[in-house]
Design a protein around this ligand. Structure first.
Ligand SMILES: NC(=O)c1ccc[n+]([C@@H]2O[C@H](COP(=O)([O-])OP(=O)(O)OC[C@H]3O[C@@H](n4cnc5c(N)ncnc54)[C@H](O)[C@@H]3O)[C@@H](O)[C@H]2O)c1
Ligand SMILES: N[C@@H](CCO)C(=O)O
Ligand code: NA
Length: 442
């Protein structure tokens, strides 16, 4: 058997994910050598603070604050630092010095992916990123390789563990938003700045990556429609439950026909949506993720598992490391980006879906008729109306609105729905629009 020299691996980041990558790499050194056909040598771990506590007991001599030197001597660089800079510069330095790269950095890939892929293709380097979307769940390799011979039509899923943890606690335990977020952060699921999770920037970054792979088109992050979960109150969760739904932060990426031109385009969006409690996505609890993929030949596929967590994410990073090391040993170019389709990215106004509009109204004669008239005026067909007393919310200086109206619609064009909602808000009988939620997974 040919004796290969060690494959030198540099690790950038020793936090929630990085420390677990290092731990598993050292613990399973022999096993990895057998799988790769060469020994993987962890040459060092670049961190900001040498004295920071780690989630694993690692040799002190591995730690350094000199990332540049570590990169120069590496065959493969693993980037699990997060953020855009200096992660972007370090990855470019690695690629230009002939190393392959494994990253979990969805923020970086969603904003600088094109530049990084072009740099990698110029020198034939590999750029792997399985951990960047849906943590431990293999979804990147299936889209990038396994389904490369099929035509993906739609992707719908839960791709952020932190917000799923929050919404799940609110639904199953009536927990408050803040308490659930605090626990998710404590458990290491949240980004360094949790607004990335709560305001759906993380989910949007992942949707951009998934849609780019699925539709062979560059989907810029700014073209992903993004709505976070801050507006989801305990009351909204309670009303959803009463109606047989659960609120989930969904990423939806799909091919669709532009209603304005009749041409094919693609849509990528992330928003809190209602999912029937019978739907498999309703059973995704805690920080788990799940992604449904609909493809022309393969039909419907579901990928499920841990979307966040140190060891769980390290699993995906190490899978990429073994792939990269195997290719490093036998030689050959890395897998490039596939963006030839160049489909137009359509705005949210072009989508058609069902909605639940919840209004807080004054309980007086004619309120139902005036509300229904607005839907009719804007061409939105109503499927259900549910009136409930929602406890009076004292509105200072006038009789409190004491009723809620939940209007469920048939499939409607987003732009028609938006026009209806702004008209409803003007009605005297309507005190406030409590929530407008799309219904997915019908
Ligand atoms: N935590 C998860 O569950 C999870 C899951 C999937 C992907 N990710 C992604 O993995 C990456 C790391 O996430 P994490 O949760 O481990 O973050 P973390 O904040 O726990 O760890 C970041 C590490 O990088 C180091 N670092 C940051 N800036 C540095 C710099 N300029 N120079 C040297 N070291 C630097 C820090 O010292 C720390 O060791 C992020 O891109 C994140 O989005 C995390
Ligand atoms: N903060 C991210 C980590 C995994 O990418 C999440 O909650 O899903
Ligand atoms: Na993954």
């Amino acid at each position: 058997m040919i004796e290969y020299r060690n494959v030198r691996v540099a690790l950038l980041g020793g936090g929630t994910v990085g420390a677990q990558v290092a731990r598993l790499l050292l613990e399973h050194k022999e096993e990895f050598a057998s799988r790769v056909g060469a020994s993987l040598e962890l040459t060092g771990i670049a961190v900001r603070n040498l004295d920071a506590a780690r989630s694993a007991d690692l040799p002190k001599e591995l730690f350094t604050t000199d990332a540049e030197s570590l990169i120069l001597g590496a065959d493969i660089v693993i980037e699990v630092m997060g953020g855009l800079e200096p992660a972007r510069s370090y990855i470019l330095q690695a690629i230009n010095s002939g190393a392959d790269v494994v990253t979990a950095n969805k923020a970086l890939l969603a904003t600088h992916g094109t530049e990084l892929f072009e740099a990698a293709e110029r020198v034939g380097a590999q750029l792997y990123f399985e951990a960047a979307v849906a943590g431990a769940i293999p979804i990147i390799r299936p889209l990038r390789e396994s389904l490369a011979g099929d035509r993906v039509k739609r992707i719908m899923g839960i791709v952020n563990g932190t917000t799923n943890y929050i919404l799940d606690k609110m639904d199953t335990e009536g927990a408050s938003f803040d308490d659930a977020l605090a626990v998710a952060t404590e458990l290491g699921y949240a980004e360094a700045d949790p607004t990335a999770d709560v305001d759906a920037f993380d989910a949007a970054q992942k949707a951009s990556i998934l849609a780019s792979l699925a539709f062979h088109t560059t989907i810029p992050l700014e073209s992903v429609h993004r709505e976070g979960i801050r507006a989801i109150s305990g009351k909204t969760v309670e009303l959803a439950k009463k109606a047989g739904y659960v609120v989930k932060l969904l990423a939806v990426c799909e091919r669709l026909t532009d209603p304005a031109t009749g041409e094919e385009g693609v849509s990528a969006r992330v928003y809190p949506a209602l999912i029937s409690r019978e739907h498999p996505l309703a059973a995704v609890h805690k920080a788990n993720n799940a992604v449904f993929v609909e493809a022309e030949a393969a039909g419907s596929l579901m990928f499920y598992g841990a979307g966040a967590g140190g060891p769980e994410t390290a699993s995906a990073v190490l899978g990429d490391l073994v792939s990269a090391a195997r290719r490093h040993v036998i030689g050959g170019p890395g897998l490039g980006a596939s963006t030839h389709a160049n489909l137009p990215v359509l705005p949210i106004s072009a989508i058609t879906t069902r909605y639940h509009v919840t209004l807080l109204v004054f309980d007086r004669p004619g309120v139902l008729a005036s509300v229904a008239e607005e839907f009719a005026k804007h061409g939105v067909s109503v499927e259900l109306v549910e009136q409930g007393t929602f406890g009076s919310e004292a509105v200072s200086g006038e009789a409190a609105p004491t009723a809620t109206l939940v209007i469920g619609t048939h499939a409607a064009l987003e732009s028609d729905l938006a026009a209806t909602v702004s008209a409803l808000a003007q009605l005297d009988a309507v005190s406030s629009v409590v929530s407008v939620l799309r219904v997915e997974g019908a």
